[in-house]
Design a protein around this ligand. Structure first.
Ligand code: Z5A
Length: 234
């Protein structure tokens, strides 16, 4: 566990099956919090803009083939690179030298500590749920995520694979198949714990938005009061 300031932002993660509404709800939540005057940013994983993200994007579009373990590690690397060190890294001395400087903090941590709330569309839970649905060992899947920041709130937008498939149909990406999404739903179920906020994603967009807002504002208040940051995997 790490120290945090008393007015830090919250790390909010949205998870769920393909087409559950994460992108729509992230956008609405961002707009609402921004209009209310909160410092807020919207992130998503995979971030397809980085070099690693482009390899992931090519894989998802079936333009390249990768071993299941290798693509799992790339998804994880994509989170580590976005956690990324700030520019002070260049002035950081390793502990074996003078020891004069403290270790660098991460970009994600810095944002949270400076009061910015991050809304993150998919995170480590997607990594574990999708890879373990392929048959990879769940503990092996969790291992490369250890040390990333733990979310303050995980919101699971709950929808059956069949209902999700009815939403405009799936595109051409690799995982957009009903049978596979059923396995992913099972993996999510084994990952979920009582701290997750589960919202019925088949409600109207407005009703989901309202429930999401309530949960997020509540969490932001807890963080504001000084809840410490922690790391995966608890
Ligand atoms: N993946 C992985 O394997 N490992 C990892 O570590 C990570 C990801 C991070 C790409 O993700 C794939 O990468 C993903 C998991 C894997 N594969 N799958 N499947 P992505 O983020 O690029 O794709 P996605 O998460 O699946 O996004 P999506 O298809 O855009 O779905 P969404 O964001 O959840 O839904 P949406 O775009 O907001 O809404 C979908 C449609 O439903 C749209 O027409 C909406 O208007 C409609 N909608 C939304 N809410 C409602 C309600 N409440 N009622 C009715 N209609 C609604």
């Amino acid at each position: 566990n790490k120290e945090s300031s008393s007015s830090r932002g919250a790390l909010i993660v949205l998870e769920g099956l393909d087409r559950c509404g994460k992108t729509s709800q992230s956008g609405k939540l961002y707009k609402y919090l921004d209009e209310q005057g909160h410092s807020v940013e919207s992130w998503r994983f995979p971030d397809r803009n980085t070099g690693v993200g482009q390899m992931i994007s090519s894989y998802l579009a079936n333009k390249s083939q990768l071993d299941d373990h290798a693509i799992h590690l790339l998804f994880s690397a994509n989170r580590w690179e976005k956690r990324d060190y700030l520019s002070e890294f260049s002035t950081w001395s390793c502990p074996q030298s003078t020891g004069a400087h403290p270790p660098p903090t991460s970009l994600m941590e810095e944002k949270l500590k400076s009061g910015t709330t991050l809304i993150v569309d998919r995170y480590s839970y997607s990594g574990v749920a999708f890879s373990s649905a392929k048959g990879l060992d769940i503990e092996w899947c969790k291992a490369p995520e250890i040390g990333l920041l733990a979310p303050d709130l995980v919101v699971y937008l709950d929808i059956s694979p069949e209902k999700a498939a009815e939403r405009g149909g799936y595109g051409d990406e690799r995982y957009e198949q009903l049978e596979f999404q059923k396995k992913v739903a099972g993996s999510y179920l084994s990952l979920r714990d009582s701290s997750w906020k589960v919202i019925d994603a088949t409600l109207s967009i407005e009703d989901v938005e309202k429930k999401l807002r309530e949960a997020v504002l509540d969490c932001m208040m807890t963080c504001h009061k000084g809840k410490p940051l922690s790391q995966l995997w608890p």
